[in-house]
Design a protein around this ligand. Structure first.
Ligand SMILES: Nc1ncnc2c1ncn2[C@@H]1O[C@H](COP(=O)(O)OP(=O)(O)OP(=O)(O)O)[C@@H](O)[C@H]1O
Ligand SMILES: [Mg+2]
Length: 265
């Protein structure tokens, strides 16, 4: 709606988890490097947590592009199925096609696939987003998959991605077996106050903003509202662009930001 007014190729503050507008904040960069390390070193189960809207799903999309091409990957975005449906989804996502078969057949086929993958000097990575919602049964299923290994190394690297509730869940006595198998913990924190400016500038540059600027005075109120959480920054900035368009402005100033914060609250 406001694209033409500001000379934009696309909306800069979209709230989809789109890896193409990925900003390498200090925490995102470190998290990406640690995830890649855990995968390459065949660490087995990795937990990857962060508050709502900090960029976990976005980082998973970026991770998939960074993983060596010969590695086999499966990304489960919404694990809202039963534990055997979850197993089926994983198997299918790895490209293993099976007709109606039992759970045992699926584990057998997956094991065969993983051994072949390792023999080809490749590696297999399973990423499960929204893991804070996994049931105890699903987590047990995942633990069993992490048992697939040779004498030398883990055949399947599993990344459990989730909100901080995932950590709390793993503290349950009944889930201690899976907790013990987690060898790498990655956490992403929100952006620092001084990263907000770079984040906004980065996203504006990517969409070729010719006729649009955020005044220096806006970054503190944006931080106060968002606490550095990218989704909240996007929601506020998108609202500000709309308000600026309505008022025929090309510079987003403090007044505009304050108005939008009031609206959003
Ligand atoms: N490093 C980043 N660079 C660019 N955009 C980002 C970054 N991190 C997050 N975002 C943006 O923030 C929004 C929320 O990100 P995302 O959906 O990945 O968060 P999440 O942690 O998966 O949230 P939830 O806990 O709700 O699943 C998206 O619009 C995304 O584009
Ligand atoms: Mg997410």
């Amino acid at each position: 709606m406001y694209l033409e007014h500001y000379g934009l190729k696309e909306a800069p503050f979209n709230i989809t988890a789109d890896g193409s507008l990925f900003f390498q904040s200090k925490h995102h960069k470190e998290a990406l490097a640690t995830l890649l390390y855990g995968i390459k070193e065949r660490k087995g189960i990795i937990s990857f947590t962060g508050e709502v809207g900090t960029g976990k799903t976005t980082l998973c999309k970026v991770l998939l592009k960074e993983i060596p091409k010969e590695f086999k990957t499966s990304l489960i975005l919404n694990p809202y199925f039963s534990s055997s449906q979850l197993l089926r989804a994983i198997v299918e996502d790895f490209g293993i096609h099976l007709k109606r078969v039992s759970r045992l057949d699926m584990v057998y086929a997956l094991n065969k696939f993983l051994i072949e993958t390792a023999e080809n000097n490749s590696n297999a990575v399973l990423i499960i987003d929204e893991s804070q919602d996994l049931t105890a049964k699903q987590l047990e299923q995942i633990r069993l998959l992490s048992n697939l290994e040779t004498e030398k190394h883990k055949l399947l690297q599993i990344i459990l991605v989730g909100q901080p509730e995932l950590k709390q869940k793993l503290e349950f006595e009944s889930l201690r077996q899976i907790k013990q198998r987690i060898s790498v913990n990655v956490n992403i924190a929100p952006l620092d106050v001084d990263e907000i400016k770079d984040y906004i500038k980065f996203r504006l540059d990517l969409v070729g903003a010719l006729n649009l600027n955020f005044a220096e005075e806006t970054f503190n109120p944006i931080y106060e509202f968002s606490k550095g959480i990218p989704r909240l920054i996007n929601v506020l900035c998108d609202r500000a662009l709309l308000a600026g368009f309505a008022k025929n402005k090309h510079i987003i100033d403090k007044e505009l930001i304050h108005l939008c914060i009031q609206d959003l609250q």
